[in-house]
Ligand binder design. Structure first.
Ligand code: SF4
Ligand code: SF4
Length: 299
């Protein structure tokens, strides 16, 4: 096992007991409405979001992507190259905006992966010589969380079932692996250019914009995908998310799983050439107008 690892969720990592746990490990923990610390964790919320978290939350809140991102998230950088991530927005005291006073989480059935796992931290470890991730876990002990004092013992396998994380892990796995590969600096992985970073953000978190992008005439002229794929991503958010992941891999690592139409590159250059020429012409005209004005002033 390599020591490359990606902690998602990583926000509780500092007080984490470093021992690595597996699905068979037993933890002593229970959380329930009525426990003395109820909601204490949500009043210290530092919740990193993964793509499937965003899908579930924006559906739950009845918002489009732009509305959700603006109202409920703050940006941060996932790595030193500026790969963009997002966290749930909090109030000035650090409380999650989705906390409904003493009633608890207002989106409980659709709460993000981090909230489901807590007080367990999910660690995606890179298997030696591959970019496949292997899930392991560690236990986080924070002073405010009294669930550790409850007498119940439960295996991590059962805890994950109880918290409904399996579906979340399944849909987010490919995204975790992508970040792990980026962090591990695999072959062909360098500092992404600005356009790749923008694509990463759109394909990870802004699904309405991603759908508009892949359904556009420009995209269809550039990429050779079957009509059934377009019909699927027009309706199905999970299919859209998966296509977004392939696009990110293509942009970041050159994994060409989406065939490009012949001449696509030349057409893109032509479109850009038109834009450059129009801009250059506008700049020349503006410069000429300024010179003429100066000459008029001098005479
Ligand atoms: S989303 Fe819900 S569970 Fe997660 S921090 Fe906010 S209120 Fe708490
Ligand atoms: S037991 Fe821990 S996870 Fe449950 S409400 Fe209290 S602080 Fe939050």
């Amino acid at each position: 096992m390599s020591d490359e690892k990606l902690d998602i969720p990583d926000q509780f990592a500092s007080p984490a007991v470093p021992a690595l746990l597996s699905d068979d490990s037993l933890i002593q923990f229970k959380c329930y409405k009525g426990i003395s610390c109820f909601n204490a964790c949500c009043r210290h919320a530092d919740v990193t979001l993964a793509p499937y978290d965003v899908l579930r939350l924006q559906q739950r809140l009845g918002m489009n992507s732009a509305e959700f991102l603006k109202a409920h998230t703050v940006p941060f950088q996932l790595d030193a190259d500026g790969v963009p991530g997002i966290k749930l927005r909090t109030d000035n005291d650090g409380a999650c905006l989705l906390l409904d006073g003493d009633n608890g989480c207002s989106v409980y059935e659709d709460r993000p992966t981090v909230c489901r796992y807590y007080p367990v931290a999910l660690l995606n470890m890179r298997e030696k010589d591959t970019y496949q991730s292997k899930q392991q876990y560690s236990l986080v002990r924070e002073e405010h969380c009294k669930g550790h004092e409850e007498a119940r013992e439960i295996s991590l396998r059962d805890y994950r079932k109880e918290q409904g994380v399996e579906q979340y892990d399944e849909f987010n796995r490919s995204w975790y692996e992508l970040i792990l590969k980026k962090k591990s600096g695999g072959p062909g992985v360098g500092k992404p250019n600005e356009m790749s970073l923008q694509l990463f953000f759109m394909a990870s978190f802004n699904f309405d914009m991603l759908r508009k992008f892949v359904m556009s005439d420009n995209f269809k002229a550039s990429y050779n995908l079957p009509d059934e794929t377009y019909a699927e991503v027009a309706e199905d958010d999970i299919a859209l998310m998966k296509l977004g992941n392939r696009l990110m891999r293509q942009a970041l690592f050159g994994e060409k799983t989406i065939p490009e139409n012949s001449g696509a590159w030349e057409r893109r250059v032509d479109v850009r050439k038109e834009i450059w020429e129009t801009r250059a012409k506008a700049e020349v005209e503006a410069r000429n107008a300024k010179v003429e004005e100066q000459m008029r002033d001098e005479t």
